[in-house]
Design a protein around this ligand. Structure first.
Ligand SMILES: [Zn+2]
Length: 295
């Protein structure tokens, strides 16, 4: 592989700080990325929302080949969102999946059932239960307390009595009041996490640090707004998108397959580069461990 390309793929800085330094990609590199995508697709086939993630990689590839940076990176961002949502639903409750399927998610958001950050959810969970864990029961505590009269979204709610008995706590620690009136609350209705909260909470459920994924996500968002970067050459666009894709795959494989992909061995940031992902991918694929063929 080209020396400049290798060097670029070994960087782990945010996309914005290296975007102007990206070298053009070549045909060989594009073919390699295609193989990586096909391989990842095999892993994702049986994962919740896996089809969406496969499409995000394939559409991203097509757009990157054509030099459409925005569309390509939008797909990378979608890949992060879907992987986080998949992990989050798998480790909490299918009610979130139903809210998606029934297209109730945005209605709940419009009514204010929103988790704005991972920290906000964790604070509420701790406040009501003293626990730190995010699971299918505690996640209700990050939602809104409502009384019998104000219970509107029954399918996405759990009774307070049931929540605490599932948690093995006999008594509710605090007086919990309905969000809409002064009466005692009887239920908690789930709140829908915003994208960044979703990433943080998904990581929390598998005990993974969320800072890298959040940083990649924030960088991608800023490419779309406010910077734009509409003047980048086609072959360079592919390099930028591909580096982001490989770093994202390295992160989401830890989210989706925490047993198979061990989290950050050592503290070295190097282990998280796109190049490192390619090396690991190659050695997984090839039991003889012919890592040198990449560089
Ligand atoms: Zn009420």
């Amino acid at each position: 592989m080209d020396k400049k390309l290798l060097k670029f793929l070994s960087t782990t800085e945010g996309t914005l700080s290296i975007i102007k330094k990206a070298p053009p990609s070549d045909d060989k590199f594009r073919k390699l990325i295609k193989k990586v995508i096909l391989d990842e697709a095999k892993l994702l086939k049986n994962v919740l929302l896996g089809e969406d993630m496969i499409k995000a990689m394939k559409f991203g590839y097509k757009n990157a080949v054509l030099g459409f940076l925005h569309s390509a990176e939008e797909n990378n961002r979608f890949l992060i969102e879907r992987a986080s949502l998949s992990t989050f639903i798998t480790h909490t409750t299918d009610a979130y999946y139903n809210a998606l399927k029934n297209m109730d998610w945005h209605k709940l958001v419009d009514e204010g059932f929103i988790i704005r950050s991972g920290g906000e959810a964790l604070t509420k969970i701790r406040k009501y239960s003293g626990l730190r864990e995010v699971n299918g029961i505690t996640i209700f505590l990050a939602g809104r307390p409502v009384c019998e009269k104000h219970l509107k979204w029954e399918d996405y709610s759990m009774s307070i009595h049931e929540i605490f008995s599932e948690l093995g706590m006999k008594k509710v620690k605090k007086d919990i009041k309905c969000k809409y009136c002064k009466n005692d609350a009887k239920y908690f209705t789930l709140a829908m996490p915003k994208a960044s909260a979703l990433i943080a909470l998904a990581c929390e459920t598998v005990n993974k640090k969320s800072n890298r994924l959040l940083k990649i996500y924030a960088n991608l968002s800023r490419i779309l707004h406010p910077y734009g970067f509409t003047d980048i050459e086609k072959d360079v666009v592919f390099t930028i998108w591909a580096r982001d894709l490989l770093m994202i795959l390295s992160e989401i494989n830890e989210l989706l397959f925490p047993c198979n992909f061990k989290k950050g061995r050592g503290s070295s940031n190097n282990r998280k580069s796109a190049l490192q992902f390619l090396k690991d991918w190659k050695s997984r694929k090839n039991s003889t461990g012919n890592i040198d063929s990449i560089s």
